[in-house]
Write a protein that binds this ligand. Structure first.
Ligand code: NAD
Ligand code: UGA
Length: 461
């Protein structure tokens, strides 16, 4: 017989956020029953297998500790809703691709479907928690939908945005900088807020749990991502100036970041930021600002995305110019396709843009990545006649004219570049889009080395 659980928690959406966050709650709180549901039956089957649908360091162990005990993955959304006291909504909220706001606004169709399913199935009071990243004021729409029929079921809507980063999700969930809970400031709103806070207090120190009104909470998530992305675009913009002035962006970032008011983290110049959220969330912020007539504010934030696009394209042009203005028929080995290290996720990865542009220049590509080759194949599918996929980096580099480092996987720092150099076409080039390999050493081996925001190291006069 099933133990008597203190709370029944449901999460709708078993993706990069829903799976790991619920696994962490279940692992830390054996007294709660946690169920994660999804419309995607294949994904649920993977969550119930030994091959989880996402790669995240440490996730396997957290899932294994709780699955079947108090963590369950299921496709029975309706039953899940009926049983639950608290429902997290963690469905995808991508950028709209159609109609008004196409390319900018959040597409809320998945989220709204969830709200309507909850309304149709709920027979007892529920706390609904917005875990997805949503435009500010979405909770109001959620409340309106949930109050739109004559049922006497009471719903309380909370905002609890997720701040985990992929690749470090387990560490972030276990030891978050903060947990944010936004609620209505009514008696029932505050009671619901306390119930959610109680869950996190099982492992998060009280001083790290911030409570606020619901609109500030919703907006804080978009603003956090905008600020993080802005730092990368700021240092990437400066990397272009470094390349013109023989300055070194790593030294500049190091010196600037030593000011405690600025801080040293998130100042690594790169080929550009990727991931499913930065671009989408900034564009959403821009759209909201325009909606409220704040065009100057919108323009300011839009530039963060603009500089990111500029940076990706700048990298392609650097490769083209350095390799004598022609890439036609040249073999280029792409080291890394994931949008960052320690994930197989390739959503909005800068490697997608770079590879597509290199193919337009008629280059031949060999893509290597320890975890992201299946996604890479899907991303480059239509463009990909001249692409091959090879997991082993040594094999991938054989006969190549150039290496392009696109993801900061630790293994690329440790490669035997002498061995790689020997089997490449000459002159051999390295383009380091992450500034992770030892540029001086590679130059000594014989490579012509181009990095982001640094003077090139070449063997040409
Ligand atoms: P995802 O695409 O990996 O997962 C979303 C899941 O929701 C999918 O499996 C999909 O099948 C499911 N779904 C969609 N509609 C559904 C419905 N009506 N009923 C049941 N399931 C449904 O997305 P994700 O990366 O987990 O992101 C989810 C949300 O969290 C987004 O709003 C995102 O902005 C936010 N977020 C993501 C991250 C991240 O690192 N990926 C971090 C913080 C916040
Ligand atoms: C980001 C935020 O860091 C999370 O707090 C947030 O919850 C999440 O978005 C979200 O809302 O989805 P994530 O995109 O998973 O997390 O990963 P980040 O570590 O932020 O990296 C994003 C991109 O920026 C990567 O392509 C990374 O390589 C790049 N980056 C990061 C740089 O180019 N330079 C840096 O200094 C840092």
């Amino acid at each position: 017989m099933e133990p008597n659980f203190e709370k029944k928690i449901l999460c709708i959406g078993a993706g990069y956020v829903g799976g790991p966050t619920m696994a962490m709650i279940a692992a830390k709180c054996p007294q709660y029953r946690v169920t994660v549901v999804d419309i995607n039956a294949e994904r649920i089957a993977q969550w119930n297998s030994d091959a989880l649908p996402i790669y995240e360091p440490g996730l396997d162990a957290v899932v294994a500790a709780a699955r079947g005990r108090n963590l369950f993955f299921s496709t029975d959304i309706e039953d899940g809703i009926r049983q639950a006291d608290i429902i997290f909504v963690s469905v995808n909220t991508p950028t709209k691709t159609y109609g008004l706001g196409a390319g900018m606004a959040a597409d809320l169709q998945y989220w709204e479907k969830t709200a309507r399913t909850i309304l149709a199935c709920a027979e007892s009071p529920k706390i609904i928690v917005e875990k997805s990243t949503l435009p500010v004021k979405t909770a109001l729409a959620m409340e309106r939908i949930l109050k739109s029929n004559d049922s006497h079921v009471h719903f309380e809507v909370l905002s609890n945005p997720e701040f985990l980063a992929e690749g470090t999700a387990i560490r972030d969930l276990e030891n978050p900088d903060r947990v944010l809970v936004g609620s209505r400031l009514t008696e029932s709103g505050l009671q619901a807020r306390d119930q959610l806070v109680e869950i996190y207090r099982n492992w998060v120190p009280t001083e790290s749990i911030i409570t606020s009104d619901i609109w500030s909470s919703e907006l804080s998530k978009l603003v956090s991502n905008a600020f993080l992305a802005q730092r990368i675009s700021s240092i990437n913009a400066i990397s272009a100036l470094c390349e013109k002035t023989d300055a070194d962006v790593t030294r500049v970032a190091g010196a600037v970041g030593r000011d405690k008011r600025i801080g040293s983290r998130f100042l690594n110049a790169s080929v550009g930021f990727g991931g499913s959220c930065f671009k989408k969330d900034i564009l959403n912020l821009v759209y909201i600002c325009r909606f409220y007539g704040l065009d100057d504010v919108a323009e300011y934030w839009e530039k963060v995305v603009h500089i990111n696009d500029y940076q990706k394209e700048r990298f392609v042009r650097l490769m083209l110019t350095a390799m004598f203005n022609t890439l036609a028929g040249k073999k280029i080995c792409i080291l890394g396709f994931a949008f960052k290290a320690d994930t197989g996720d390739t959503r909005e990865s800068p490697a997608i843009h770079v590879c597509k542009r290199l193919l337009e220049e008629k280059a031949e590509l060999v893509v290597s990545d320890p975890k992201a080759l299946d996604n890479a194949r899907r991303d480059l599918g239509a463009a990909g006649k001249r692409v091959s996929y090879v997991k082993d980096p040594y094999e991938a580099a054989e006969g190549a004219h150039a290496l392009a480092v696109m993801t900061e996987w630790a293994l690329y720092r440790e490669l035997d570049f002498r061995r790689i150099y020997r089997c490449m076409a000459k002159p051999a080039f390295v383009f380091d889009g992450r500034n992770i390999v030892d540029h001086r050493k590679l130059h000594d081996i014989g490579f012509n080395v181009y990095a982001i925001g640094k003077p090139p190291l070449t063997h040409f006069d």
